[in-house]
Design a protein around this ligand. Sequence first.
Ligand SMILES: C[S@@+](CC[C@H](N)C(=O)[O-])C[C@H]1O[C@@H](n2cnc3c(N)ncnc32)[C@H](O)[C@@H]1O
Length: 157
Amino acid sequence: MRLIAIGRMSDGPEAALYARYAARIRPRLDLVELPDGRGAPAEIRRREGAALLAAIPPGARAVALDQGGEMADSARLATRLQAWLDEGRPPCFVIGGAEGLDAAVLARAEHALSLGPMTWPHLLARAMLAEQLWRARAIAAGHPYHRAARPDSPRGR
Ligand SMILES: C[S@@+](CC[C@H](N)C(=O)[O-])C[C@H]1O[C@@H](n2cnc3c(N)ncnc32)[C@H](O)[C@@H]1O
């Protein structure tokens, strides 16, 4: 599996968090970091979008991380991920920069995945994705890391 993302992580807390989960994921998750674009917001999105598109291998199953994407629960993601792997087309996840993903990247993606309706910083989104991929693989393997049971919320949804 691959993760293509805008921005370079230094040795900050986001990098440590990402590394903690990414190291556990099988099949392994290769990280490709691309530099932040320069210019006005629309130009940044366009330039970063072109770089992201160029980094997606031809024929790869691109999966965009996007607020407007599917809001799968962890079990659903586990099922999806297993199906993608069984098909022999592992996902190539794509995370945008501060200006978000260009429309061309969203159009290229075969699937869009949401981490919820809130906007997350792109470096944190990487760590959250890595944790969810590790959790998804733990679910698929029957590993006790994931505990699905939770009480009904008194506030509803
Ligand atoms: C700071 S966000 C970009 C915000 C941008 N204004 C937008 O609306 O997309 C940077 C990247 O992190 C990822 N991201 C942030 N929040 C997300 C969420 N709730 N679900 C999925 N991806 C998210 C997306 O790939 C996004 O392009």
